[in-house]
Design a protein around this ligand. Sequence first.
Ligand code: ZN
Length: 89
Amino acid sequence: MSALVKNIMEKMVEDKLEQMLPGLNCCKCDTCKTDILCYSLNRLKPKYVSTEQGELLSRVDSVSIPYSTAIMTEIAAAVEIVKKNPHHH
Ligand SMILES: [Zn+2]
């Protein structure tokens, strides 16, 4: 089986978070970033695509545009939650 089923929402949220991070007023350690990712992904609908290995990265940009606003909204909400409930001190 050469084709893969991938939830590319994961990659889209990850990319968007990296873009937004410098402007976010929150802890930027890996623990908090992962928490923000999980929270956002649980609230966003998964977006599954079938893809050949290696093809994924080139497709993410064009697919992500319609989801951009929703992703940013969920990341902003996630940041507020994680700030109030950090998993570390
Ligand atoms: Zn942190």
